[in-house]
Design a binder for this molecule. Structure first.
Ligand code: BGC
Length: 753
């Protein structure tokens, strides 16, 4: 969200005046009313498209125009007026009460419903999306969306504007925690399931930020450069998979500019890029919902509207009076306005928000916490377990030093528009109301308390970790040391480096030196560097673990839950291994830390981000094609038991890989069996493998299961620009199966004619 500025305030004031004027004239122009029960569009036997058509026939120009823009900044900005009917969420679109059509109340809800503090109600904080995606469990992600949809409905909202799925091209992107990682098939499937879960509650869903908003630095000014083929096989593919799976009501276009070649010959904003919106999204993917701009991401009236943007948010700078004039002058045909309105209305009918408006009731915090904990159980990734330090055994651990990360009181959450308000105002620096922008918020769920519950007899002491020496002294006199390190992330900023902030590396090193039995728990938005990796015995990636995270962590530390999360993103050794060792534009914006907010004040120079360096080789594909070993590979994660893979058979006609997974250890546990393909040399994309399918399986000790994993046609294919289609190239395909992108013991070669 751009900062609160005088210019925005003025334009907002303009928007209010416009909206008031529109609603007055709408009323005066309204035809006489038919009794509600006779409205033909209320006939549920008709299709959403038929019902939308019937409503449009009754709508005045003013009413139609109201549907293609928002009503202002609502609850997001101090002093912004909250229009009648709005709940004060991020966006509001006026309805047509005389025709029984409700307004659209939109809430940010990437990892839970935002602004609950301002509304004095409770909202469940789920694990980060990146964490949840590390479960590789579509059911868990559906549940994730279900929690959000349920709580939106219970608080009166009928549209989520969560659903972030930008590909993790850069591990330092401040919003990676809102996204589902670096692989198009995994991320698209995960976020598609979130949107399905949201929409299962008769709440409209959304997928964002379309497209290439893969860094936050200069997000309002950078131009993403990429070839069409690479685009279709990477950032656009992830959207395609999520959108075709969930059929969301909305797709939010992004702030940045793009040059996708061909057809683009010069940069244009995502929210007015004809290729992205009209050609790919609406024509190729047959998206029937509406495109809404990111907040203040609209740049023109006629150009944007004709390029496929259906709704300006949050105000009406372009799609208010300027669009009305363009329609009256014949620059924009009425058919296009009807099309945009149709898309909004048909989405409302299709998702039940007209027939079944939200019924507000109290959110059940206990239900939400249980769901969040279940997802966290599957999300946390065990990265290292030297000498089987984990799981801890309550009977034999007599003293534990807990160090850092405010682990005595809470767990960290991510910031920006994804921020969920902590009940009671947060475990650290608590205050009433909603969290402030860029505030670091700890949720009141205490790892220390939960660890004590598992080992009540142990001497457990906490040291906040600010003073390295005293932390090391506590570690030295304890049997086990557990260090909690944190890396806060937020919209509006990137981390300049993957290295941990605030002297945390020195803290871990000192503790590890003082105590050979050191375990590190990482609460982070994404990958972090670990110069101490071989000096500690245990490492857990807990992401931002959500309101059930402390329970999950303690259960995993003590073995009540066997870790089954697998990385949805590569952990590089350091920044030098990345396609862009420095974040483009970070130097162009002086302070603080390359914030886009700073961009508004300093009039920075627009810059290009060259995504052709890696092209479609995002994440692990880049590492493999460069013959670079990361710190931890995509798909990696340990268990307290051991799995073996055997007997691969590939059926080319059915596009399936069949193989057996066995639990050869002594505990029950979950494995994510992953299937990758290396394409024929003729594609030029044979220097790396790509995920084509997976299955998650839970096995008792000694148990084996034969899995038949469908292989996704899209990721087995390359994008043929001339044909505008994905095609499978003829030739030899290597199919691999195993437990991570770097560990694929099973291979088979199949020939495709
Ligand atoms: C963010 C969106 C968010 C919107 C409304 C923008 O700054 O990029 O993701 O939905 O604000 O809060």
């Amino acid at each position: 969200m751009p900062s609160f500025s005088r210019t925005c305030l003025l334009s907002f004031a303009g928007a209010v005046v416009t909206v008031l004027a529109l609603s007055v004239s709408a009323q005066s122009a309204a035809p006489p009313q038919t009794p509600a029960q006779n409205w033909p569009w209320m006939n549920k036997a008709l299709s959403p498209d038929q019902r939308a058509q019937l409503v449009i026939q009754q709508m005045t120009l003013d009413e139609k125009l109201n549907f293609v823009h928002g009503t202002g900044w609502n609850g997001l900005r101090e002093h912004a007026e909250i229009p009648k009917g709005s709940l004060g969420g991020a966006g509001y679109v006026e309805g047509v009460p005389r025709l029984g059509i409700p307004g659209i109340n939109m809430a940010d809800s990437a990892v839970g419903v935002r602004l609950s503090g301002a509304g004095s109600h409770y909202a469940t904080l789920l694990p980060s999306v990146l964490g949840a995606a590390s479960s590789w469990d579509p059911k868990a992600l559906f549940l994730f969306g279900d929690v959000i949809g349920r709580e939106l409905r219970e608080t009166g909202y009928n549209m989520s504007i969560g659903g972030g799925v930008d590909l993790a091209r850069d591990p330092r992107n401040g919003r990676n925690f809102e996204y589902a990682g670096e692989d198009p098939l995994l991320a698209g499937t995960m976020v598609g399931n979130i949107a399905k879960g949201v929409q299962s509650n008769q709440v409209m869903g959304d997928i964002k930020h379309y497209a290439f908003n893969d860094e936050e630095t200069g997000r309002n000014i950078f131009n993403a450069e990429i070839t069409q083929r690479a685009a279709r096989e990477s950032d656009l593919l992830v959207f395609q998979i999520a959108i075709e799976m969930a059929r969301p009501a909305g797709v939010m276009c992004s702030y940045n500019e793009d040059t996708i070649t061909p057809p683009d010959t010069s940069p244009d904003w995502s929210c007015q890029n004809d290729y992205l919106l009209n050609q790919v999204l609406k024509k190729d993917w047959r998206f029937q919902g509406f495109v809404l701009s990111d907040w203040d991401g609209t740049h023109s009236a006629v150009h944007a509207f004709m390029s496929g943007l259906d709704q300006e948010q949050p105000g009406s700078i372009y799609f208010g009076e300027p669009l009305r004039k363009a329609i009256e002058d014949g620059q924009v045909p009425m058919s296009r306005l009807n099309d945009a309105v149709h898309r909004v209305l048909r989405s409302m009918f299709a998702n039940g928000v007209v027939d079944n408006p939200p019924q507000t009731e109290e959110v059940d915090p206990f239900l939400g916490r249980r769901d969040a904990e279940h997802i966290a159980d599957e999300s946390i990734v065990l990265l290292r377990n030297a000498d089987h330090i984990l799981p801890l055994s309550a009977g034999s651990v007599h003293s534990i030093a807990l160090i850092g990360g405010h682990a005595d009181v809470g767990v960290l959450s991510g910031g920006g528009s994804a921020q969920v308000d902590a009940p009671g105002g947060g475990a650290v620096n608590s205050h009433s109301g909603s969290a402030h922008w860029l505030e670091h918020v700890w949720f009141p769920t205490s790892p220390e308390r939960n660890i004590r519950l598992h080992d009540p007899a142990a001497d457990i002491q906490f040291n906040e970790g600010a003073d390295v020496q005293s932390a090391a002294a506590l570690a030295a006199k304890s049997q086990i040391a557990i260090v909690f390190v944190t890396q806060w992330m937020s919209e509006g900023m990137d981390r300049p480096t993957i290295a941990l902030p605030d002297n945390e590396d020195a803290l871990v090193e000192a503790v590890a030196k003082a105590n050979p039995h050191t375990i590190v728990v990482i609460e982070s938005g994404g990958p972090v560097g670990m110069p101490w990796v071989n000096q500690v015995e245990g490492i857990l990636a807990a992401w931002f673990p959500g309101i059930g995270g402390a329970q999950s962590l303690a259960d995993i530390l003590f073995g009540n839950v066997n870790p089954s999360g697998r990385l949805a993103i590569t952990f590089p050794k350091d920044d030098a291994q990345l396609p862009r060792p420095q974040i483009p534009g970070l130097m162009a914006e002086t302070e603080p830390g390359g914030l886009p907010e700073a961009a508004h004040q300093h009039k920075p120079v627009p810059f290009n981000v060259d995504y052709n360096i890696e092209g479609a080789r995002v994440g692990y594909k880049w590492f493999e094609s460069q013959h670079e070993n990361p710190l931890f590979a995509f798909g990696y994660g340990l268990s307290y038991t051991t799995f073996a893979f055997s007997d691969l058979n590939v059926d080319v006609t059915q596009r399936t890989a069949t193989f057996t997974v066995s639990n050869i250890g002594s505990r029950a546990g979950g494995e994510v069996a992953q299937v990758y393909a290396i394409l024929p040399a003729s594609t030029g994309e044979n220097t790396y493998k790509r995920l084509v399918g997976w299955d998650r399986v839970t096995l008792d000790p000694g148990e084996s299961k034969t899995l038949t994993v469908p292989m996704n046609q899209l990721t087995l294919s390359i994008f043929d620009v001339a044909k505008n289609a994905f095609v499978m190239a003829p030739g030899d395909y290597t199919i691999l199966a195993g437990s991570s992108s770097a560990d694929t013991p099973l291979h088979a070669t199949v020939h495709v004619e």
